[in-house]
Write a protein that binds this ligand. Structure first.
Ligand code: GLN
Length: 313
């Protein structure tokens, strides 16, 4: 159905903001020291429509750790380079129903297939990108992120250092996949690239535009640049629909009927294909690692604007 009027979108954003601004619940991620120290009161909402309008409310310029939301865009790069079929066969696309850093998720399937949006699958996806060396691969990732955002993003060096010092569990997962023949490049280098991509600083506005590119069939709605092939977008969104909020994805889709992705930095994106993308930032997380306030805010906006894809269009 048609895009709601801009005035209506602004009104609903403001209502959500007023309603949830001082709602409490959840706690900052504590396992990455940098994230534990981010101001938990920060709150931003940004909407990017498929026709390129960006509407913002609150702390939408503040740059925070993109974390697992980066998995979506690294997946886009892998798919663009290797094809959607190769990603399905070599990584996996089914839901794990398990926490984002689960080792069991790897052990579950005899084929060791893991969704690209959990840590295991995301690191495998990173390893699946072909490049002459690690520096060249980073340039490819950096260029892809820049096209999605319409500006060059930079890594928060303090966050990158903080994650590198504490990512032993992720290294173990990567080696486990490697032992099963489900890892496709140097393990240490791939884990490092994954960790670095999680450490990008992005604002709520950036995330809305990046997700807006997925809502607009792979064309950045603001810069008008073609970023990825249109045929890949439904496939990327499918992984968000099955795994975007990890072991809470079922509840999320039950209530909203839309593909989403969270990050432990407190960011979250939602894509309403052909219509708009919404990004929210609020650091305190639930036990699955998803922003509490972002989920509430997004559910409210999705209901009010009638964006649920599973309802008659
Ligand atoms: N860098 C984080 C990790 O690997 C990302 C996790 C997340 O955002 N869910 O643990």
């Amino acid at each position: 159905s048609a895009l709601p009027a801009e005035k209506r979108i602004r009104e609903v954003m403001q209502q959500a903001y007023n309603q949830f601004k001082s709602s409490s619940g959840g706690a900052n991620a504590s396992y990455i020291p940098y994230l534990a120290n981010v101001d938990p009161e920060l709150y931003g909402i940004a909407i990017c429509t498929a026709d390129g309008k960006v509407l913002e409310l609150g702390d939408t310029k503040y740059e925070f750790g993109i974390e697992s939301i980066s998995k979506v865009f690294v997946l886009a790069l892998a798919m663009q380079q290797r094809g959607a079929k190769a990603v399905e066969d070599s990584i996996g696309v089914n839901a794990t129903g398990m926490p984002f850093n689960s080792v069991m998720a790897v052990e579950l399937d005899p084929q060791r297939a893991v969704n690209p949006l959990v840590n295991a699958g995301a690191m495998a996806t990173n390893s699946f990108i072909r490049a002459p060396n690690s520096a060249a691969k980073w340039t490819m990732i950096d260029d892809m992120m820049a096209k999605f955002a319409g500006r060059r993003l930079s890594v928060i060096q303090q966050l990158y250092a903080s994650e590198t010092a504490t990512n032993l569990h992720n290294r173990a997962i990567a080696w486990l996949l490697y032992s099963y023949g489900r890892f496709y490049d140097d393990v240490s280098e791939s884990v490092d690239l994954y960790t670095r991509a999680c450490s990008y600083g992005s604002s709520t506005r950036d995330l809305a535009i990046m997700a807006g590119t997925l809502a607009n069939s792979g064309v950045n709605p603001v810069s008008r640049e073609k970023v990825i092939d249109a045929v890949l977008c439904p496939r990327i969104l499918a992984t968000m629909l099955t795994e975007g909020l990890y072991d809470n994805t079922g509840s999320w889709v039950y209530h909203t009927g839309l593909p989403a992705k969270s990050g432990v930095g407190g960011g979250m994106i939602v894509v309403a294909p052909g219509r708009m993308a919404i990004a929210v930032f609020a650091p305190p997380l639930d036990k699955s690692g998803n922003s509490v306030k972002a989920q509430k805010t997004l559910q409210y906006i999705i209901d009010e604007l009638k964006l649920n894809l599973l309802a008659p269009q």
